[in-house]
Design a protein around this ligand. Structure first.
Ligand code: SF4
Length: 611
């Protein structure tokens, strides 16, 4: 079987036991890779009700069949676990080169369970698997950790690690590989809970493909489709700030508004003019690299990457902060300490609204002025959250937990979906995202259902809920396959934003199968159903699939999308449509028929009765 490395590694950190097993072709064809392998792995490995931060949870690192090949952006890898922030299924992906190196080390997936008595590093060095002491790395930033590991273990190393926030089991903590974040859902906290500071991989194995000539021909023929994405290379994802602000969907001051007067000061051209150093790209990026290495004007010697659009939204408009130096610095600190910028910005923005409404005072915040636009507070909070110091310990819990403790009016402007703070794509201005967030296995994530198609619509089309459940369904099926393969999201304009024959061709040229678009679509639906089953086993039901009160009951007050909201009635209708398309019952549980249709007859519906 070409394309795959051919091995799955299982490590129990409590016992130190390492098992390596061959990847079987029927399993590979059924679950495809990445997210599919990991979703199945999570269901089979993690017992129902396991504490996300306990030894029974699994921390899974995965690659896909295209990983490490010349497919666009194929250096990516995924991390899959039960989230401490949502309590549900979580998959999060990061660019760079780790995924390619994981495959070159001979592995498609590493499944880590248990909890080491001491801090450790898991080192998969070709055929060898070693568990090394991480004593001197504990407490170090993600950047320093990777530097020290390179010094100690030598060249050819690729690392993913947690920072001090992960060690402190902050639910907002992420994992960092290179300078790329597997940001969402507290993956870093799971790593820290296992006393696992880092996973390093090294290997020089070939990743053989079935039809190299065919793949080269494919890339020659599709190369032209990358044209038109020049803005992404020139400006990076920050070009979206301007576009989304003009569309009236840029979450501002904790989503009180969706058009921001400060957008001009943080737009992409400003970054290019005052902070840009050079472009950088992931392994096999056919675009030429959308990442920008930047610096602040105050400390020009300190280079960092980003901020991406989501960070500009979360730390910028959502907190009312229009100071690019502060945003770049807070972004850099979040990466160093290992904190998800989206959830961090969501939590700070929420606290700022509480403060301005008198629900929090300086007595609560330890003297910090939590007013919108306060750049100093934003930057100071990163370390406080990472080290759970003072008010940082409260912020570190995320919006849902903070709102539950404050109670009352705060519950009405607590912006989270299933406990995950939403990214910068409006659930009011984009109805597909309204239902997409509600049904997302991850909660407030734009990587299940996708926002791109709706941005191209006119206002009347955007305002309507017509066809939006189907759009959420199609794009989420694409995402499920995209996360199995694993490919960069920015290939949407190249391969298609929903599944097309192009995706099936890529799989066949790489692996040597004869997969049809129909079979590939079935894989996407199967993987989505697996994630659903996992969540239903943890108690997820229709009543959890809702939107923040603000998104359903408060209209966008100004701007292009003025008057938009996704009302409870609209959401209800879209949920009905979505459940029907997926073959789930009215409470959102996959039916026996659906499980059988996707070859998941072994999954026990009786196990879901706890819901
Ligand atoms: S487009 Fe950006 S995220 Fe995608 S592979 Fe290239 S550099 Fe990485």
């Amino acid at each position: 079987m070409k394309g795959y490395a051919g091995k799955i590694t299982r490590v129990n950190l409590t016992s130190g036991q390492v098992l390596e097993e061959p990847l079987e072709e029927p399993f590979a064809r059924k679950y495809l890779g990445g997210n599919g392998f990991a979703a199945r792995g999570l269901i089979d490995t993690v017992p129902p009700g396991a504490d996300p931060l306990g030894p029974d949870n699994a921390f899974i690192v995965c690659a896909g069949p295209l990983t490490g090949t010349l497919a666009h952006g194929s250096g990516r890898a995924g991390i899959v676990t039960r989230s401490p922030l949502t309590g549900f299924f979580m998959d999060s992906y990061f660019g760079g080169e780790f995924g390619a190196r994981l495959k070159q080390s001979g592995r498609d997936m590493i499944v880590v369970t248990g909890r080491s008595p001491e801090p450790v590093v898991l080192f998969c060095d070709g055929d060898q698997v070693r568990i090394l002491s991480a004593g001197k790395l504990w407490g170090k930033t993600t950047r320093r950790t990777q530097d020290l590991l390179r010094e100690e273990l030598g060249p050819g190393l690729s690392t993913v690690c947690c920072g001090p926030a992960g060690e402190a089991q902050v639910p907002l903590a992420c994992c960092i590989g290179g300078r790329r974040a597997a940001g969402r859902g507290g993956t870093g906290a799971v790593m820290g809970s296992k006393n696992l500071k880092a996973i390093c991989v090294r290997g020089f194995g070939d990743i053989r493909v079935a039809d190299m000539k065919g793949l080269l021909r494919f890339y020659r023929e599709t190369k032209g489709r990358f044209l038109g994405l020049e803005n992404l290379v020139k400006l990076g994802t920050p070009f979206l700030v301007d576009m989304i602000n003009k569309a009236g969907g840029l979450g501002t001051r904790n989503w009180q508004e969706e058009t921001w007067e400060g957008a001009e000061l943080i737009r992409a051209e400003r970054i290019l003019q005052d902070h840009f150093v050079r472009n950088w790209g992931c392994f096999a990026c056919n675009l030429g690299g959308c990442t920008r290495v930047v610096r602040t004007t105050q400390r020009p010697g300190v280079l960092t990457e980003g901020p991406e659009y989501e960070t500009l939204f979360a730390l910028g408009s959502n907190c009312g902060v229009n100071d690019l130096n502060a945003i770049i610095e807070a972004d850099r600190l979040c990466d160093d300490y290992g904190i998800d910028t989206i959830s961090f910005g969501g939590s700070v923005g929420f606290a700022m609204e509480c403060f301005e409404k008198g629900l929090l005072t300086e007595k609560d915040t330890g003297g910090l002025e939590f007013r919108f636009g306060n750049a100093e507070t934003l930057v100071r909070c990163v370390r406080l959250v990472a080290e759970r110091e003072g008010f940082g310990d409260f912020l570190a819990r995320g919006v849902r937990a903070m709102a539950a403790e404050i109670g009352g009016e705060a519950l009405k402007f607590a912006c989270h979906i299933k406990g995950l703070e939403p990214p910068g794509h409006s659930a009011r201005a984009l109805k597909c995202m309204g239902v997409g967030y509600a049904v997302s296995p991850r909660g407030g994530s734009h990587h299940d259902s996708r926002p791109a198609p709706e941005y191209q619509m006119d206002l009347a089309q955007r305002r309507s809920t017509e066809g939006k459940a189907a759009m959420a369904y199609d794009t989420a099926t694409w995402s499920a396959v995209g996360d199995c393969l694993i490919v960069c999201r920015f290939c949407e304009p190249v391969y298609g934003g929903v599944l097309t024959q192009t995706h099936a061709d890529l799989v066949n040229l790489t692996v040597g199968w004869d997969m049809t678009l129909e079979e590939l679509t079935e894989v996407g639906c199967r993987v989505h159903t697996l994630e659903r089953f996992f969540n239903c086993r943890e108690g997820l039901r229709r009543r959890h699939e809702t939107l923040p009160y603000r998104f359903m009951h408060e209209e966008i007050p100004s701007g292009t999308s003025k008057g938009f909201r996704t009302s409870p009635g609209e959401l209800d209708r879209m949920l009905d449509e979505y459940y029907e398309l997926r073959g789930w019952d009215p409470d959102g549980v996959p039916t026996r028929e659906t499980l059988d249709r996707f070859g998941l007859s072994d999954l026990d519906l009786e196990a879901l009765k706890v819901g």
